[in-house]
Ligand binder design. Structure first.
Ligand SMILES: Nc1ncnc2c1ncn2[C@@H]1O[C@H](COP(=O)(O)OP(=O)(O)OP(=O)(O)O)[C@@H](O)[C@H]1O
Ligand SMILES: [Mg+2]
Length: 595
């Protein structure tokens, strides 16, 4: 076949494939244009998940007649004053968004230039541009996109449900609204306003937190630490969440570079490095970081959707982020974890048993005097099932400490750690980490043996999430049902839970659902089913296990130790942290210089 030059219409549709992936990308491009036009109010209306109608109204500078006729031309932009790409301060610069949208939908733009007496209108339908006509509007611009992808039916087939597309649109609006606190935003879905954000006074750290709370939730407001640092003309400011405010997906980390919401591996890596082991493996702290630097220090022209970038001096940016995060976190006092002396810590050993402990040693019946111990007698609600009491070996502390690798429970410390004694050592067990592993292994086994037993909730529980989260859960409903979790959609953003895995007992259903929703969003399309199931089980285990802060009775503590001994991989919790540490008697003697 001979080479031919493609007609402009086809070229536009091909380019549109990159820029306009789904309705949310249209919303993003239109909001970016409104922001670039200096708007102080941006109102978005969508219906039919954005496939029916997207309408965006702004109060920006608008366009005059001539600009309007150029706006939807390919590679036509007002944002590059010279021919250089090295100092971009606007969100757009490629001159591609409007022609791309016009190539695959029915686009209509009405606009009135600031100071001008009249407004104009132009339409582009499936790539065919109409004439500029007069139009009545008070100020700014109003852009309407109808029947998105009608000109490219193949792409239409890839759209998800209306709910999923609406959720993605809401996310796009939130990310841009978060990046521009001084602009007022509203989002309406059909005839319902789902988000309304008033502009806030300049000064993010001083005035921005309340608005961030409206976007990220109240939890963030109460757990956010302000931070600000500057070096070599680079500023980092924002709020970082306490390490305990973590989520299973990096989408809870909002990064804004020169006013542009971005995803960037280096930035996420710097955050991970700063939090270090304060946050368990596989969890992501929530935070909002604004990085501001001279525009020539970043290249934003690396991705068609402009969501990725390259820093010229990545090292300095990284160091600044790590430094300011460390400083904020240590101010919050959350680094003071090492209470034991270095010397003692050095002697604490954790043996990683790969296949359990090899069963009990024989009882030594000769010693039987019971010892005093600091057990709590007031264990309240029943534990989520540890092993059945009948199978738990009973005996005096001495017998237990001789017979079993993890010995006999002596006391509970801070309602979080179990202190146990073996024949020749002191063992400290993290009750939550340990139990979580046990529940996880048990869930996996039950699942492998043909499914998880379910428990019907007497009163179905309604869990409020956001629309996107609810959508992900409903989409995975049949998968989750195999895991014992029976749920259904309940309105646009809530979930009704009817049954839960029996092994989990009446655990924190709300927290479980929220984590699962985020995990599903993160793993979308990237994870194999097996991996997804595994992760889901792990998340369930986390929510189904004994929390730190729960008082345990002697029987419960010993039952937990016996269970650990019989469970493979019980030396580590699902997040890779140790479940227990052991201090040998000989080492304790050395600490007191008896040896
Ligand atoms: N809401 C608006 N208000 C005022 N002018 C606008 C608006 N939307 C678009 N324009 C004008 O139309 C031009 C083309 O917009 P378009 O989005 O296609 O390209 P761009 O924003 O320049 O670059 P990019 O393709 O990266 O978004 C803009 O450069 C701007 O001058
Ligand atoms: Mg644009």
């Amino acid at each position: 076949m001979a080479i031919r030059q493609l007609p402009p219409n086809l070229v536009n549709r091909i380019a549109a494939g990159e820029v306009v992936e789904r309705p949310a990308s249209v919303v993003k491009e239109l909001i970016e244009n409104a922001i670039d036009a200096g708007s102080s109010r941006i109102d978005v209306l969508v219906s039919g998940g954005g496939l029916g109608l997207i309408r965006l109204t702004d109060d920006g500078v608008g366009m005059d007649r001539q600009d309007l006729s150029l706006a939807a031309e390919r590679h036509a932009t007002s944002k590059l004053s010279d021919d250089s790409l090295s100092a971009i301060l606007t969100l757009g610069f490629r001159g591609e968004a409007l022609p791309s949208i016009g190539a695959v939908a029915r686009l209509s733009i009405r606009s009135r230039a600031r100071g001008s007496a009249s407004g104009y209108q132009i339409t582009v339908e499936g790539g065919r541009k109409g004439e500029v006509k007069p139009a009545a509007l008070s100020a700014g611009s109003s852009v309407e996109v109808r029947d998105l992808f009608y000109a490219t039916p193949a792409r239409l087939k890839f759209m998800k449900s209306e709910r999923a597309e609406s959720a993605a649109i809401a996310d796009a609006v939130k990310r841009l609204a978060l990046a521009k606190p001084e602009i007022g935003f509203s989002l309406a879905m059909g005839d319902r306003i789902t988000l309304r954000l008033e502009p806030c006074a300049p000064g993010l750290v001083d005035h921005g937190l309340a608005r961030l709370g409206r976007i990220l939730g109240d939890e963030f407001v109460s757990d956010a630490l302000p931070l600000r640092a500057e070096r070599h003309g680079i500023t980092v400011e924002g709020f970082c969440g306490l390490p305990t405010l973590n989520r299973p997906a990096a989408s809870s980390q909002y990064l804004v570079v020169n006013g542009r919401p971005v995803r960037d591996k280096m930035l996420h890596g710097a955050v991970r490095a700063a939090y270090g082991d304060l946050v368990p493996h596989g969890r992501y702290p929530m935070l909002v970081l604004f990085v501001t630097l001279p525009p020539e220090e970043v290249d934003v022209n690396v991705h068609p959707a402009k969501t990725e970038l390259r820093f010229r001096d990545a090292q300095t940016v990284r160091a600044l982020i790590v430094g300011s995060l460390n400083e904020a976190l240590s101010r919050a006092g959350h680094r003071a974890t090492a209470t034991l002396s270095e010397d003692a810590l050095a002697r604490l050993v954790q043996t990683r048993y790969q296949t359990g402990f090899g069963g009990p040693r024989p009882f030594d019946r000769s010693v039987s005097s019971p010892r005093v111990s600091g057990f709590s007698e007031d264990a309240q609600a029943p534990l989520p099932p540890l092993s059945a009491p009948s199978s738990t070996p009973q005996g005096t502390s001495d017998e237990l400490s001789r017979a079993f690798p993890l010995g006999a429970a002596l006391a509970q410390l801070d309602a979080t750690f179990i202190i146990a004694e073996t024949e020749d050592s002191l063992v400290i067990i993290d009750q939550h980490a340990a139990h979580e592993r046990l529940v996880y292994e048990r869930l996996k086994k039950a699942f492998a043996n043909g499914g998880l037993a379910r428990q019907i909730l007497l009163i179905p529980e309604v869990v409020e999430l956001d629309a996107e989260g609810a959508e992900h859960l409903v989409g995975a409903a049949s998968e989750l049902e195999r895991l014992g979790l029976v749920l259904e959609g309940f309105g646009p953003s809530a979930i009704l839970v009817r049954e839960v895995p029996a092994l989990l007992g009446q655990s924190d259903v709300k927290g479980l659902l929220r984590d699962l929703a985020e995990e599903l969003a993160e793993g979308e399309g990237n994870l194999l089913l097996a991996e997804r199931l595994d992760r889901t089980l792990s998340t369930m285990a986390c929510h189904g296990s004994v929390r730190a802060g729960r008082k345990l009775s002697a029987v419960e503590m010993n039952a937990l130790l016996r269970d650990m001994e019989e469970t493979p991989f019980s030396g580590q919790c699902n997040h890779g942290r140790p479940t227990y540490v052991e201090l040998k008697l000989t080492d304790i003697e050395k600490l007191f210089q008896r040896r």
